[in-house]
Write a protein that binds this ligand. Sequence first.
Ligand code: CA
Length: 257
Amino acid sequence: MLARAHQTDADLTQGARSPAQPVVTGVAAEHYRLLVIEDEVDIRRAVGAALRDQYPSIIEASTGMAGVDAVDSSHPDLIILDLGLPDIDGLIVCERIRAMTAAPIIVLTARHAEADTVALLNAGADDYITKPFSTQELAARVSAQLRRSRTPRSQHAVISADGLVIDLHRRQASRDNNVIRLTPIEWELLSVLVSDPGRVFTHQQLFAAVWKRSFGDARLYLRVHVTNLRRKIERNPADPRLVITEPGVGYRFILAP
Ligand code: CA
């Protein structure tokens, strides 16, 4: 189970957030096949130790080329991709894999590699986790991504989160039956974020989706409008629980804070 402590936790737990412990539903976890692409054997071992109890089928690849081949031959349900590989740049590996499969890609990144992380998310990665990471956090991210990949998008016309009700068909947000007056930009921003709860949207992705153009200071625009949006939808805008900042990277919407 996710909550079980592993010996490796002591080595890896640093600066970890305490994520909720979501459980994959619908498909039994043991039926999923995971691929780990990482050259460092210690990290591969740690990832295996974190996930093997729940996901017995884990394939390992120590180079980018071997990883791409494994995607082709084994059709994994989820890929954990390290950014630093000996043969091919992680960004190129990510793009190649994304061209081959819709399976979620979680990228392992080093601290302070925000620019790389952003490029990877823009190249089709679904989420990232910063090394050193806790085993619980990795397991939670994996199950969240597997759940996402099994949930049809736009399935729910009405979304509830932390007392906020978002009606996508009527283009309306409300709290305690009081309609919240959002500007068209704020509504667009919110609807993009809630279209895929839990996913990190980069500044560039949000900017392109909301403003429909690629020029301009995406971060500045977003900071202003996210602040306004939070003031209207969050219980405590100073301590946002719904629209979460991923420093240096972008924002994500959390369905169950
Ligand atoms: Ca590496």
